[in-house]
Design a protein. Structure first.
Length: 292
């Protein structure tokens, strides 16, 4: 990613005036049409352990957006199906999509360590399958929304896990860039809000006592890839200060982390193509996937 072009893009997004329309509500997000993926592959036996693949027209090699869905780390929300509209949208623009599912914190095998092991396995599977689907591993961006933003940021930092951790893998696949949409960087400080938003038992399953340092991105070495933390100014679920606090905590340390606040956008505007905020998010994705 060219530094000057990126800084110009971030500046233009922050300064631009978005539509004054009300933020997208959860009901409108749920009601979106979600096309079927080009194909699905499995990396485990359980239903959530699958990957939706959306392929553009043409022979490739295609740049790749790796998507991780949100939903409070809970089965109360749908799984990888919830981002299928983005898969189809990005594929139409020439970007292959690798949209992964994972066992959530409140289902069998989920929480610690299963949720994190699933995310790792699904991302690392990309390296093996890239030749089959004509995917360009030199142009990859990892994008997570909400709870998926936490998991994406964790996945980008997992190279720094201690070798004794059950979450450690010897050679994790690292994306070229990371874009976090309304995601949580510091799980410890945000933990008190999770029961309110997601219900009881989620944080205890996801980050049990003694394991929080392994699953909170803020306690791991920063990702090697540049990170952009994106927030909607009107987000009531994961307010912009969450991204700002993580970004400030990383200043002066290794890695590159920046934040972008999008005016007049709420939590779901960042993942709805008809919302003005999505144009800003899409430009970030496309800039991250430019040829080296």
């Amino acid at each position: 990613m060219k530094r000057c072009a990126t800084l110009a893009l971030l500046t233009s997004i922050t300064a631009s005036a978005a539509s004054a329309a009300d933020p997208v509500e959860l009901s409108a997000f749920i009601a979106l049409a979600r096309p079927e993926p080009t194909l699905q592959v499995r990396y485990g036996a359980e239903p959530p352990q699958g990957i939706d693949i959306f392929l553009p027209a043409g022979s490739g090699p295609h740049p790749v957006a790796i998507l991780i869905h949100g939903g409070c780390w809970s089965t109360a929300a749908s799984g990888r199906e919830q981002l299928r509209h983005l898969g189809a949208h990005l594929a139409e623009r020439g970007i292959a999509v690798w949209s992964l599912g994972y066992r959530r914190a409140n289902e069998t095998g989920g929480g610690y360590p299963g949720t994190f092991q699933d995310v790792s396995a699904a991302i690392d599977r990309l390296r093996d399958d890239a030749p089959t689907y004509h995917l360009d591993l030199s142009r990859t961006v990892l994008v997570g929304h909400s709870a998926g933003g936490h998991l994406a940021l964790w996945a980008a930092a997992r190279k720094g896990l201690p070798t004794a951790s059950p979450l450690h893998v010897s050679s994790p696949f690292m994306p070229r860039a990371v874009i976090i949409l309304a995601g949580v960087g510091d799980l410890k400080t945000f933990a008190r809000f999770i029961p309110l938003h997601c219900g009881n038992g989620i944080i205890e399953s996801l980050a049990p006592a003694g394991r929080q340092a392994e699953v909170s991105p803020a306690t791991l070495p920063p990702p090697e890839a540049p990170v952009v933390m994106v927030s909607g100014v009107l987000d009531r679920l994961v307010p912009p200060y969450v991204a700002r606090d993580y970004t400030r905590a990383r200043q002066g340390k290794a890695g590159s982390v920046r934040f972008v606040d999008i005016p007049d956008a709420g939590h779901f505007d960042l993942v709805v193509p008809s919302a003005p905020a999505w144009a800003d998010v899409r430009r970030l994705i496309e800039t991250a996937l430019e040829a080296p």
